[in-house]
Design a protein around this ligand. Structure first.
Ligand SMILES: C[S@@+](CC[C@H](N)C(=O)[O-])C[C@H]1O[C@@H](n2cnc3c(N)ncnc32)[C@H](O)[C@@H]1O
Length: 259
């Protein structure tokens, strides 16, 4: 379903070309160098450079099929919003990858998409782009775009049945992360579920970005986020990995009966 919507070109999440097609640059450079080496009769060098072309094209495949920058987020667990209906907050929604994922997979849910629209690597990052993507996915009447800061949410306490946040809270400073998780806890109803997805260094990221993955500071973040979520007051439900991603499903505990 998600792939069909993407294939039909109905959604565009605006990720800039270095993220989506950037590997064509090393592919072209390796190919040109391989041809030159072949012409100079440096056959072994040409063969090594040809391997570089194969790597760049394989990495491009992983970018599109594994990391999926320009596709709706597929919810990794049925336990997120298990009742299927309710008000869901998308924290740091950007152009709506997770919003559209929720609209498609939870057809009885409504989504409030919050962002400060600050990311310059998403072309046209704005409520307009988000709403256009939601409409393309058939969810125009179940979505609302709100401008705000994840660290200080403009919502009442306990006003959402579910929260989703993909690759957004991990862009904040350590202090910002603590504030955003505390805000998520505040606005979630007791027994509500929170699905958090963050960038995680794994063999896929290493394959696609090579030494750049380490230079960028990516590392295996699963333990750190498990601790942060617990300190914010959430109880763990489920966790897992997708290419380049760690995900956590947590719940806000029900209040303890008095006495
Ligand atoms: C990497 S993008 C992820 C967007 C979207 N969730 C996705 O998966 O494609 C991070 C988003 O967080 C937003 N953002 C960054 N800091 C924010 C803040 N303090 N409050 C609200 N949104 C913020 C950016 O504008 C951007 O849209």
């Amino acid at each position: 379903m998600h792939s069909l919507i993407v294939a039909l070109g109905r959604v565009d999440f605006g990720y800039t070309w270095p993220w989506t097609w950037g590997h064509l640059v090393p592919a072209a450079l390796f190919a040109a160098a391989a041809v030159l080496a072949w012409r100079l009769r440096a056959r072994r060098t040409a063969a090594v450079l040809a391997l570089g072309v194969i790597w760049a094209l394989a990495a491009l495949l992983v970018v599109h099929d594994g990391l999926r920058f320009n596709a709706p987020v597929e919810l990794p667990t049925a336990q997120f919003l298990p009742q299927g209906a309710g008000r869901v907050l998308d924290m740091g929604s950007g152009s709506g990858r997770a919003t559209v994922g929720v609209l498609l997979e939870r057809p009885r849910a409504r989504v409030v998409a919050l962002d400060n629209w600050s990311a310059d690597y998403i072309v046209g990052n704005s409520p307009r782009l988000l709403l256009a993507n939601a409409a393309a996915a058939g969810g125009a009447d179940r979505v609302e775009a709100v401008t705000g800061d994840m660290r200080s949410l403009p919502f009442e306490d306990e006003s959402f049945e579910g929260i989703v946040s993909t690759y957004a809270i991990d862009h904040l400073s350590p202090d910002g992360i603590t504030k955003a998780l505390a805000e998520a806890h505040r606005v979630l109803k007791p027994e509500g579920t929170f699905l958090l997805m963050v960038i995680n260094r794994d063999r896929w990221l290493d394959f696609v970005y090579g030494p750049l993955a380490a230079m960028h500071g990516f590392h295996d973040v699963r333990q750190a986020w498990t601790g942060r979520l617990a300190r914010a007051g959430f109880e763990p439900v489920e966790a897992g990995r997708l290419p380049g991603t760690a995900w956590f499903l947590v719940r806000k505990p029900a209040p303890r009966p008095a006495g």
